[in-house]
Design a protein around this ligand. Structure first.
Ligand code: FPP
Length: 260
């Protein structure tokens, strides 16, 4: 149920939800394109914005599952650099939703040892939202649990361009840049590459999300709209990942993904 209470306890090892999890084959970094909120709402005769509200509620539960699984990082696509093209009322609603989410959830996320970070051109958001973002990031900066990245006013191409600009500004010898140290200039500089990319609602595209970080990610496309993407559906994606044969361009079992 999407409209039930917001309380969802962190599931832990031994919880029936985790019954089929292969603990040695967990992804470290999961990214989610939370698609289908608008269609979910329309199908119910609701405004598209009701779909975003329902999406946030589900996101809260998914984050609790990520905490229970002890993932290193969970990155979600909340607002792309292209989403400004949406009707102004929807853009305004989403911005208000982000602010309300931070007002309501920051304390609990911090108690859950989550470390939040916003990816993208945050300096172009409304000053009041920027302030909330900075104080939430600040409050959680010493936390050591799941790194929760919220891509807001984010585009993968834009992130790469900003990284190149940072490199040029730093005056680094261009010949010293390689695939490993380029990571340091990205918004996700502290995170491992994405192991598992999930997109809900049936479409099968990357939509300018984490272009560099998903180079060797496994892709999982769920038919459910994001407000229907329950903890059970999320766990199913994690189990599916555990059965993938990742070769990283090499031969079978040439590189593992085990957390242990
Ligand atoms: C895509 O669905 C979803 C978005 C553009 C916004 C996603 C945002 C949330 C779920 C809220 C996240 C909030 C926080 C606080 C992180 P769509 O609107 O494109 O759906 P459609 O494809 O059915 O039209």
């Amino acid at each position: 149920m999407v409209w039930d209470s917001d309380t969802f306890p962190i599931p832990r090892k031994g919880d029936p939800l985790f019954e089929k999890i292969k603990w040695s084959r967990l992804p470290k970094h999961v990214a989610i394109i939370m698609d289908g909120n608008g269609r979910w709402a329309k199908r119910r005769g609701l405004f598209r914005t009701a779909g975003h509200t329902a999406g946030v509620r589900m996101l809260k539960k998914i984050l609790k599952v990520a905490i229970g699984l002890e993932l290193e990082a969970l990155t979600v696509y909340a607002f792309s650099t292209e989403n400004w093209k949406r009707p102004q009322a929807e853009v305004d609603f989403l911005m208000k939703l982000f602010a309300e989410y931070l007002d309501r959830e920051t304390q609990e996320m911090s108690e859950d040892n989550v470390r939040i970070k916003f990816l993208g051109r945050i300096d172009e958001l409304a000053p009041s939202l920027q302030n909330r973002i900075r104080s939430a990031e600040d409050l959680m900066k010493e936390n050591s649990g799941v790194r929760f990245n919220v891509a807001t006013n984010y585009g993968g191409k834009d992130e790469i361009i900003r990284a190149v600009q940072k490199i040029i500004e730093s005056g680094i010898d261009p010949n010293s840049i390689n695939e490993h140290n380029f990571d340091q200039f990205l918004d996700t500089s502290e995170d491992p590459p994405v192991d598992l990319l999930i997109r809900t609602s049936g479409d099968k595209r990357l939509s300018n999300f984490l272009l560099w970080q998903t180079a060797y990610a496994e892709f999982y496309f769920a038919n459910e709209a994001f407000p229907e993407f329950t903890p059970e559906a999320f766990v199913e994606a994690i189990i599916d990942f555990g059965n993938r044969d990742r070769r990283f361009g090499g031969l079978k079992n040439s590189k593992g993904t085990s957390k242990s």
